[in-house]
Ligand binder design. Structure first.
Ligand SMILES: [Mg+2]
Length: 233
């Protein structure tokens, strides 16, 4: 269970349309390509020891398009590209291979309603428990309305990028209307904003600590001066 004192903020990243170029169901591993600038953006989070976590709906196995091993192979390539391009890494990867029958699930092994499927919060909650994360201080970056909805369902800040389906979501042509906390042209700009927000939080936290320190100060000074009065009187 996340420890209230030590739990840390995280940045949750959707996969298709955020990290790699949106290309529908990727049947050949070699067809997974990074969006320019994302490796460097993830590296900037790594450099600040900010927990980076993939959260992705991957319904290919449930639709019978490919086995689950193929999803794992795509993730190995993703991690390899991030490392090669900028020495960047994901601290954890979560994905939901399940799909309900009305949504198109056909492979019995993966066909079910799942609390892990976005916009449900299962992946975020699992990550928070396993890695001691504070969801209320965390960010989700996605290109779909369901990414933003998941963020809000879990009490995270939801950022919509304009890569992938992002632009279509904003134009009302894909999924449904959603209210992201911030709209970024791409992951690099999203990371700029996240670091800015985290910096603001840090300033607020340290000025609060300073205020608390000052609030205590007069009391102890008063006490000290009372003693001085006593001894000098
Ligand atoms: Mg996506």
């Amino acid at each position: 269970m996340p420890n209230l004192k030590s739990a840390k903020p995280a940045v949750f990243l959707d996969r298709d349309g955020v990290l790699n170029i949106e290309a529908g169901y990727i049947h050949n591993v070699e067809d997974l390509h990074l969006i320019p600038g994302v490796a460097e953006a993830v590296r900037r989070l790594n450099d600040r020891q900010i927990f980076c976590c993939l959260v992705s709906n991957q319904s290919g196995p449930a639709r019978g398009y490919y086995p689950i091993d193929h999803v794992e192979a795509l993730h190995r390539r993703l991690c390899q590209l991030l490392a090669t391009e900028a020495g960047a890494k994901l601290d954890a990867l979560y994905y939901c291979p399940y799909l309900s029958p009305p949504e198109g699930g056909t492979n019995r092994e993966f066909t079910r309603w799942s609390s892990w499927r976005k916009p449900n919060t299962g992946m975020l909650v699992a990550a928070a428990w396993e890695h001691d994360l504070d969801l209320s201080q965390s960010f989700v970056v996605g290109d779909k309305a369901t990414d933003v909805d998941m963020a809000h369902n879990a009490g995270c800040c939801g950022i919509l990028v304009q890569t992938g389906f992002g632009e279509s979501v904003l134009g009302g042509k894909y999924q449904h209307h959603t209210k992201p906390d911030y709209v970024a042209t791409d992951l690099a700009r999203a990371v700029d904003w996240i670091l800015q927000q985290m910096g603001k939080l840090e300033v607020e936290r340290s000025s609060k600590l300073e205020d608390e320190h000052h609030a205590k100060q007069p009391q102890s000074q008063n006490r000290a001066s009372r003693y001085l009065d006593y001894y000098s009187g």
